[in-house]
Design a protein around this ligand. Structure first.
Ligand code: ADP
Ligand code: MG
Length: 619
């Protein structure tokens, strides 16, 4: 048989290699920024269009390249940064594989302009899919500009795989922030579609953090400094009271390179143990300096994972120094998580009904029944009955503030809807005459039905109820909100602000009333009726992270996402104990929903078990 093995042509090999290096526009951003840093730049500009799908351009004022180097830089395994394999173990630059530019040029249109200081003129090269289209002599400032256009133009499958612009720009911002945080002595600017997203002058580390995450960050930071033989630590951790629900602000840099390490993250978590609430995450911005020979950064193609020779020692030092800093700054004594919410209310107000003067209700509006106004509503507060002083049924669940304090006696005033109003579900399964519920493990609600029993997941069920409520408000004409006695100010970073701004009109329909919308702060003077004031910042945080991470490209409806996110934040959780009345109410509310059998994320809210099935189990 004839020989059948062939060497792959270079452009094919490059395309394959590109798959590893370039997953999305953000990967290009990372590689180009790192090259600019290695080129000893002092100012770096990032320009992005359409979340990088149309353009990623990095302009630096670094050392530039000679004509020959400019040409060579696009060859695979062409690098100025290592000469032998041993060099890999004492790397002081970001690059090492000489693969990034070759890979990028294989799957995009690339325009390079570069000039070295001593030269009069520079070089311009255009490459499309590894093919050199042109090479010219140009007048250009010292430094390098690389524009990457139409990423994945020749790999449609990859292009289609890209997420929405919101998601892709989030990834780009993540990369940009990581690089900018690791290099405060370099000034960075970033533009997206012509508008400035970041302008970070050369500064110290604290100022850099504040410039990225907003002026309010300053007061949250506790410095951490440690200098041992094996490890130098510098940077900041966030004060425990600012711990966040999402993991957004957690940064480790090892020798100025962003890394992810679950193990080291654990060291920080351990240092914060007992200081922050479960389910929240401390912020940290920590630079670790170790001897480059004691680490191996080559175990991961995109270089965010790293192997240390002596992880245990690093862990111990890290935990001890963070603990020490928290102690030194006297953090522990001011903590008070179990603060009684009642103490926040001036005494004069605490026993008054808050609803009558402050809630604006459209008294004729009953969202739960469009055809028959007379039918009993499961949510009496929305129909605006004067005598009901509780601010909405759902609010009883929401904060679970019922921990024995206020409004217990209010339960007695509330009327329950009759069984008839609990629509279709019961037509099929026929409610047994006497309705009884039982809560199992503070997680499931058991309910007897004629054919057997229902097991309801309380968290998912409540999500469904809240979701349909919110959706009705957001998409409907009428809005119901409670005015706040004092405006609530929420600090946001620029990107967070942009996301909230994008959703502003939907949020307003849901019942939020904004008074001021500034770059780093929003002022809220009204809230949806079932959103407690104390939860607002957490809800917004959740919402922002949902928008950033969970929006699929297609079928994106802001209203739907908002309703889902609010429902997720506000739904009673597993582990919360419910009174008999609350259980009954939840069950009734669930089956008054349009789609009672699934949660907003399409997971079952309940299962049934028939007597037949039970009988079988006893055979
Ligand atoms: P690596 O960074 O691993 O060396 P790259 O493909 O990213 O590989 O870059 C190849 C070479 O091109 C680099 O080693 C460097 O010499 C040169 N180069 C790339 N970007 C720049 C830049 N912005 N300024 C100067 N030289 C650059
Ligand atoms: Mg590189």
């Amino acid at each position: 048989m004839a020989d059948i093995i062939q060497l792959l042509p270079d452009h094919v090999a490059n395309q394959i290699a590109a798959g590893e290096v370039v997953q999305r526009p953000a990967s290009v951003v990372k590689e180009l920024l790192e090259n600019a840093i290695d080129a000893k730049s002092s100012t770096i500009k990032l320009l992005v269009k359409d979340a990088g799908k149309t353009l990623v351009q990095v302009i630096d004022d670094g050392i530039g390249m000679s004509v020959t180097d400019a040409r060579l830089s696009f060859e695979r395994h062409a690098t100025s940064k290592i000469r032998s394999a041993e060099d890999l173990f004492q790397l002081n630059t970001k690059g090492f594989r000489g693969e990034a530019l070759a890979s990028i040029a294989a799957i995009a249109h690339v325009e390079l302009k570069t000039k070295q200081e001593q030269d009069e003129v520079g070089t311009a090269i255009t490459i499309e899919g590894s093919e050199i289209v042109s090479q010219d002599v140009v007048v250009t400032p010292t430094g390098t500009s690389i524009a990457v256009k139409h990423l994945f133009f020749n790999i449609p499958a990859r292009r289609n795989f890209l997420k929405s612009n919101t998601v892709e720009i989030r990834h780009i911002i993540d990369e940009f922030q990581r690089v900018a945080l690791a290099h405060p002595s370099i000034s960075f600017v970033m533009y997206h579609n012509g508008s400035e997203m970041f302008n970070l002058p050369q500064s110290n580390y604290r100022q850099r953090i504040v410039n990225i995450f907003g002026p309010k960050t300053n007061e949250k930071l506790v410095p951490v400094n440690e200098d041992t033989d094996v490890l130098k630590i510098s940077g900041f951790v966030g004060k425990p009271e600012y711990a966040k629900k999402s993991r957004g602000e957690q940064f480790f840099f090892v020798n100025q390179r962003f890394i992810k390490s679950a193990y080291l993250n654990h060291a920080i978590t351990a240092a914060f143990e007992g200081l922050i609430k479960e389910g929240t995450h401390a912020s940290y911005f920590l630079n670790l300096e170790v001897n480059p020979q004691t680490i191996d950064i080559n175990i991961h193609p995109t270089k965010t994972e790293i192997k240390f020779d002596d992880e245990h020692t690093l862990y111990a030092i890290l935990r001890a120094s963070v603990k020490h800093s928290l102690g030194q700054f006297n953090i522990a004594p001011v903590l008070d998580f179990e603060r009684d919410a009642n103490l926040d209310t001036p005494y004069d107000y605490s026993n008054k009904s808050a609803s009558t003067p402050t809630i604006e209700v459209d008294r004729s509006f009953n969202p739960f029944n469009t055809e028959k106004a007379a039918a009993p509503s499961r949510s009496s507060s929305y129909s605006g009955r004067k005598e009901t002083s509780t601010a909405g049924w759902e609010s009883l669940y929401v904060g679970m503030e019922s921990k024995g304090t206020k409004s217990k006696q209010d339960f007695s005033e509330i009327q329950f809807e009759s069984v008839e109003s609990t629509a279709s579900m019961f037509d099929e399964v026929q409610m047994a005459p006497k309705q009884t519920t039982y809560q199992l493990q503070n997680k499931y609600i058991l309910n007897t039905i004629k054919s057997g029993m229902l097991v309801i997941d309380q968290h998912r069920a409540h999500q469904r109820v809240l979701y349909e409520d919110f959706l009705k408000f957001i998409t409907g004409k009428d809005t119901v909100s409670q005015q706040l006695l004092f405006p609530l100010q929420i600090q946001l970073s620029k990107q967070e602000h942009d996301i909230v701004f994008q959703l502003k009109s939907d949020l307003e329909h849901a019942g939020f009333v904004f008074q001021n919308f500034e770059d780093h702060m929003v002022e809220i003077i009204g809230l949806p009726i079932n959103v407690p004031e104390s939860e607002v910042s957490i809800i917004l945080e959740q919402l922002i992270s949902d928008v950033e991470h969970e929006v699929p490209d297609a079928n994106f409806s802001a209203a739907d996402l908002l309703a889902k996110s609010l429902a997720k934040s506000l739904a009673i959780k597993s582990g919360q104990s419910l009174t008999q009345i609350e259980q009954d109410h939840l069950v009734n509310s669930l089956f008054a929903c349009k789609e009672p059998n699934v949660s907003p994320t399409n997971r079952p809210t309940f299962i049934t078990m028939t007597v037949d099935e039970l009988d079988k189990k006893f055979m």
